[in-house]
Unconditional design. Structure first.
Length: 202
């Protein structure tokens, strides 16, 4: 399949970058799809479809950093898997964000030996609020890019972001000062930025 994707790319630079992306992250994307589909063959089909979409639109993604690009693909993979699963089943099984992201860069960046406490706070939010926070503040997408990625109106994304910030701030306000110090000391830099920003009302 890799050869098929390569044939769709316009430049040698695109082909080299796509090859790197494919080899580095295909297994992670497969695990995301499998966590939803619960079937190896179906998960493989989802990943193949997602890479085909990416290959066809790769020229529009050239300005994205590798981390931003992976974040984009991870979200697409999970959402595509959920869409297919729901069509296949009369009543879809609930798929948690924890399951979908447990093997991705987000959780792998938690400190060794402990789960990043800032990640725990994010994971307490609903799926629609978690996706927006992570895409905006962890992967660095603009609000318009998040809206396009999630196929939502810009005003809907803006409203959800406002609500997500309030919910996360409420969670933070529940934490004792001692717990907060642990978050600041142990959390990844990106999530500390979210935590501190919300605490100060920015």
């Amino acid at each position: 399949m890799l050869g098929v994707y390569m044939a769709l790319l316009e430049t040698e630079e695109d082909r080299e970058r796509f090859d790197k992306l494919y080899r580095q992250h295909r297994e992670q994307l497969f695990r995301i799809a499998l966590s939803v589909m619960k079937d190896i063959c179906s998960a493989e089909d989802v990943v193949s479809e997602v890479f085909m979409i990416i290959a066809k639109n790769f020229s529009a993604l050239r300005k994205k950093t590798d981390r931003e690009l992976f974040g984009y693909i991870a979200i697409i993979t999970r959402n595509r898997a959920i869409d297919i699963y729901r069509r296949q089943k009369s009543e879809a099984e609930t798929v948690t964000f924890d399951e979908a992201y447990s093997q991705t860069e987000l959780m792998q960046n938690a400190p060794t030996g402990e789960t990043d406490e800032a990640v725990k706070l994010i994971l307490r939010l609903s799926e629609e609020h978690r996706d927006i926070l992570i895409l905006k503040y962890y992967y660095g997408f603009s609000m318009h890019e998040v809206a396009d990625m999630l196929k939502l109106p810009y005003d809907t994304v803006k409203s959800r972001m406002k609500r997500a910030k309030k919910l996360l701030k409420d969670e933070l306000n529940k934490a004792a000062k001692k717990s907060l110090r642990r978050i600041q000391a142990g959390a990844s830099q990106a999530f500390c930025g979210i935590v501190l920003m919300l605490l100060h009302g920015r």
